[in-house]
Design a protein around this ligand. Structure first.
Ligand code: GDP
Ligand code: MG
Length: 436
């Protein structure tokens, strides 16, 4: 899923304006990617319709380019489907696992026990799978390896009875996890068994375990388990493989049960508390989307330099101030310079000391500009000798400093006139450089 979706979003790079054709094309790619990943057709259609509408209707927030705008919408819509994830409370509780055979229930039961054990809670598992040969030993071995509690009755075919005994035996444990049997397919006797175990265990949580590669049957399973015992959380396993994950998403969307954990390997440590942000980033193959979103929200509050005015050579002190502010936020000057076109200002080479000096100067410039009036910031040409004196007094800097700033501004202005067709926005250049 990651690759093709990433491809779809890449199409937006370089799309200066978002027009309907671009949006339609990208949405089509996203549709294809999601369908290939086995996301339910209805879900995909609904989502792509909303993405289309929003991308066309909503104005990209100031400071956000069209690509980021659409990515943000895709992200928000995916978030809408996936949800925030289940809240896992670190308190005594009983958890029942449900799911078909091979989905990863037993492995996940052990991983869960390990998870709570690491949080300082005493955890134990009950082997209530009497259907699959070897189920008892599988769980027992895992429990012994992890040093968590275990209860099972080898040879007893009555899963309900074992559950009953097990919960009593593990009475002193904070976390009691009941591993149950599955079947190769949804069968009436399985559902009946789950209902009976549910009735005696009275679990706080019912986790449905889904193999990430399950595809379209996920919805049906989710409905069946949800209707019988009520699903309170979903565990998606085998996300480490070439799994698609889309079926599980559909199931999540249909039951409204949040995703609780994901399994990313066979060992007990390959288990993560579900984080929607990370999951979507992984799905989109886009690295850390959360920080992109945060950056985007941040830049909403910062206006861009007026490009047209800039092209006409109107680069005011205000513009310069904004850029200095942006640079301050972005970190060390040296790093920023190296990200500018031509490897810095006109290809000039700076030494480390020069960078330090320049950084300090920039800080000084900001202080000076804070003492200027709106009029002076917009049109620095009005700044004459007496104003320079006033500004230097107000800022605590020398008149030479103020003059130097004005000179620096002039130099920048001239340099920027040379940036024909280029948009001087450090943040955007940085984002591009960082592949965001
Ligand atoms: P159950 O029948 O639902 O109890 O499923 P099991 O817990 O026995 O798991 C079935 C198989 O899937 C076993 O070989 C597990 O090792 C494997 N498995 C479970 N979870 C994961 C996972 O997150 N990643 C990988 N790669 N394999 C897993
Ligand atoms: Mg099992």
């Amino acid at each position: 899923l990651g690759d093709s979706l990433q491809g779809a979003l890449k199409k937006l790079i370089g799309a200066g304006r978002i027009d309907e054709r671009t949006v339609n094309e990208v949405v089509k790619d996203i549709q294809r990617a999601l369908l290939q990943a086995d996301v339910n057709v209805k879900l995909v259609m609904g989502m792509s319709q909303r993405i289309k509408e929003r991308a066309m209707k909503e104005e990209p927030p100031a400071g956000m380019n069209p690509r980021e705008h659409v990515i943000r919408i895709v992200y928000q819509e995916l978030m809408e489907i996936i949800g925030k994830g289940a809240e896992i409370q670190l308190k005594p509780q009983t958890i029942m696992m449900v799911g078909l055979q091979g989905s990863g229930k037993t492995t996940s039961a052990a991983k869960l026990a390990r998870y709570f054990q690491r949080k300082g809670l005493k955890a134990g598992v009950v082997a209530a799978d009497t259907f699959r040969p070897g189920a008892y030993h599988q769980l027992k071995t895992l429990a012994e390896k992890l040093n968590v509690g275990f209860y099972g009755e080898e040879g007893n075919p009555d899963a309900v009875e074992i559950t009953n005994h097990g919960l009593k035996a593990l009475e002193k444990y904070d976390i009691k996890i009941v591993d149950t049997a599955g079947r190769h397919a949804l069968e009436a006797d399985l559902i009946e068994e789950m209902e009976q175990i549910h009735a005696v265990a009275k679990p706080d949580h019912k986790f449905m375990v889904l193999d990430a590669g399950i595809g379209q049957q996920a919805s049906q399973q989710a409905h069946a388990f949800n209707d019988s015992v009520g699903i309170t959380g979903v565990i998606i396993t085998k996300l480490d493989g070439t799994a698609k994950g889309g079926g599980a998403l559909s199931a999540v969307s249909e039951t409204k049960a949040p995703i609780a954990f994901i399994g990313v390997g066979e060992t007990p440590e390959d288990f993560e508390k579900f984080e929607a942000d990370r999951f979507i980033s992984r799905l989109l193959g886009m690295g850390d989307l959360k920080s992109l979103m945060e950056k985007a929200e941040e830049s909403l509050s910062e206006e861009d330099v007026n490009v047209e005015a800039l092209m006409q050579g109107r680069f005011t002190l205000k513009d310069m101030y904004k850029q200095l502010e942006a640079m301050n936020k972005m970190g060390p000057l040296k790093q920023i310079m190296s990200m500018l076109p031509m490897g810095g200002m006109g290809g000039m080479k700076f030494s480390d000391e020069m960078f330090q000096a320049t950084s300090d100067k920039m800080k000084n410039y900001k202080v000076i500009m804070d003492s200027m009036t709106e009029e002076e910031m917009t049109d620095p040409r009005v700044i004459g000798g007496s104003r320079i004196k006033r500004i230097s007094k107000g800022s605590g800097c020398s008149s030479e400093d103020v003059r130097e700033l004005l000179k620096y501004h002039k130099t920048m202005q001239t340099a920027l006139k040379g940036f024909r067709g280029g948009k001087f926005n450090i943040q955007k250049m940085m984002k591009k450089k960082m592949g965001m």
